[in-house]
Design a protein. Sequence first.
Lengths: 114, 117
Amino acid sequence: AQSVAQPEDQVNVAEGNPLTVKCTYSVSGNPYLFWYVQYPNRGLQFLLKYITGDNLVKGSYGFEAEFNKSQTSFHLKKPSALVSDSALYFCAVRVDTGRRALTFGSGTRLQVQP
Amino acid sequence: DADVTQTPRNRITKTGKRIMLECSQTKGHDRMYWYRQDPGLGLRLIYYSFDVKDINKGEISDGYSVSRQAQAKFSLSLESAIPNQTALYFCATSDPTLGGAARETQYFGPGTRLLVL
């Protein structure tokens, strides 16, 4: 079975400060990891994914994520938060065997204060 | 993503009614998915289809059925709606990429908010 944990329901950060949204995963096999963002009344938008190669993945809107195999983590980061980054963030995982679908975490609400 | 559309965007229905949620895409993708989103639970997969003749159950398919009318259309039906099917429903698409299906990015529609009274 595959699973994803997002341990924080909400993360609060001041504008201009760095932000981190945490994600850990559990899979049997090589993981493929994704981050999506959901703005109010909108669908999920793809931010970035880790497939293989460099453990630091850069994505849209200045976000990046670091794959850490030993800690089974894939935390989302941004050096300087914007108020417009306030949204709901989802981490998702899939393994490279069979026809498994994406498994999503429960989501983390990011609130950036001016 | 404007390439994936869902209708209706909002729907209120009563217990026992049959309803259909529709999804259309202009991305030309073969693979389509239906998810439901509940607060605190993230997204859970209901059904997925890898092509018109290939439909598969997801983790929470009970009480739902689907129809893949064409490559571009994938409908979700609730045969007899019940209140615990109140949720936000998302359709998604993806296209096979080199290296296998696991590497694919899924693209989501705007969602349908369903309330079952």
